[in-house]
Design a protein around this ligand. Structure first.
Ligand code: CP3
Length: 370
């Protein structure tokens, strides 16, 4: 039994008593207890590859804040690591691969990730599911995730983070056939990876397309969106009688909302460049009543209590003025509160308390007002 199912209900466009909240990167370096566990584990990968540690850090933010979902502690780069690209995390520099895909020969040798190499991720999912049970009931649902085929390809080709992913985009413009080949392998890998997470206990899935917004219009649809659609088509929509909602997030993708609504996802996550009310109206225009997730600018959490309260309330009030998703629902239904991107590592933990308290009180108060 699930004690708090607000998040799953909101994903499926059902009525809830208050707006569910979770934060991208909710377990992470802004929390002192995370840094302590990471020090014990020795490194980020030591943490992510050990299911007991991964479980411990997944639960940390839930003990501090009234969050309505847990997200598996892992990383999107586990897939290319399992393909043999050799993932390294250097402190202060972020992730890099020892063997980026820079030659046709390397690309032709690439094969679908071996799920046995990713067993530690699926073990973490089942361990987290067990740890979420308190007095015989599951506190909140668990989200599993993957990177999108295109976003994974960006790191696989460039070999590390980048402002422009020059190598990946150069390959796309000059040898789109090579990129298509990588994307096809990523589609198969991502779909299998997400399916295994569902089998291990993930109750919703999110696809992070962090770098889709780097693409020109037209190329986005052809390279990133089409690959996400193929992944979704390969996924089971139900597991053990329950629907598994799928959330897609293309950072910087607001202008493509109507395209994103066509690929079979249940929820569209937005960054802060698009207002929730405008997004809601656009989805209703095309008769695609999908739920929305987002989209407070994470840097608001560096301002004062008053500013955090007013920015959070303003975001809810904006959506409250938009038309409801379906007749009989409140305008605030079909929304999951989140940030527009991952929480910054320097965020004061108390700012998150202010945000969470405001979401709870305001989203209840606005629902009573009607
Ligand atoms: O949301 C969560 O709490 C779950 C955990 C999670 C992590 N990474 C842990 C992490 C999730 C969902 C991710 C996804 C991820 N990883 C994305 C997509 C979402 C986004 O933020 O755009 C991307 C692009 C990555 C790749 C990645 N991993 C980068 C670029 C970095 C370094 C930069 C940074 O923000 O630190 C990581 C490392 C990483 N992944 C950390 C965490 C908590 C920090 C590592 C550390 O502890 O040193």
């Amino acid at each position: 039994m699930l004690l708090n199912d607000r998040f799953l209900k909101a994903c499926l466009g059902e009525a809830v008593d208050q707006t569910p909240l979770w934060l991208m990167r909710q377990a992470g370096r802004y929390l002192p207890e995370y840094n302590a566990t990471r020090a014990r584990a020795g490194s980020f990968l030591g943490l992510a590859k050990n299911p007991a540690y991964a479980t411990e850090v997944t639960l940390q933010p839930l003990d501090r804040y009234p969050l309505d979902a847990a997200i598996l502690f892992s990383d999107i780069l586990t897939i290319p690591d399992a393909m043999g690209l050799g993932l390294k995390f250097t402190t202060g520099e972020g992730p890099s691969f020892e063997h980026p895909l820079r030659t046709e020969e390397a690309i032709k040798k690439l094969s679908v990730a071996d799920m046995d190499q990713l067993r530690y991720v699926f073990d973490a999912v089942s361990e987290i599911r067990k740890a979420l049970i308190q007095n015989g009931e599951q506190r909140i649902p668990l989200i599993g995730f993957s990177g999108s085929p295109w976003t994974l390809a960006c790191y696989m080709i460039d070999g590390s983070g980048s402002d422009d992913f020059r190598h990946a985009k150069t390959m796309m413009f000059s040898r789109p056939d090579l990129l298509d080949h990588i994307l096809e392998i990523n589609v198969q890998s991502v779909a299998m990876y997400l399916m295994e997470q569902v089998k291990a206990g993930a109750q919703a899935l999110m696809i992070f397309d962090t770098w889709g917004g780097l693409l020109p219009d037209g190329w986005y649809q052809r390279m990133s969106l089409a690959a996400m659609q193929k992944v979704i088509e390969l996924l089971p929509r139900e597991h053990e009688g329950r629907k598994i909602p799928i959330i897609i997030f293309t950072k910087g993708g607001g202008l493509w909302l109507k395209d994103m609504a066509q690929i079979g996802a249940d929820v569209i996550a937005l960054d802060w460049t698009m207002s929730l009310s405008r997004a809601r109206k656009q989805l209703l225009e095309i008769k695609k009543p999908l739920a929305l997730q987002g989209n407070l600018d994470p840097l608001i959490l560096f301002s004062g209590v008053k500013q955090i309260e007013s920015a959070t309330s303003a975001l809810l009030q904006d959506l409250a003025k938009a038309p409801a998703l379906k007749p009989g629902l409140h305008s605030l239904d079909g929304h999951i509160f989140n940030l527009g991107h991952g929480i910054n590592q320097f965020t004061p933990p108390d700012s998150v308390s202010t945000l969470a308290q405001t979401v709870v009180s305001q989203s209840k108060a606005l629902r009573v007002k009607q």
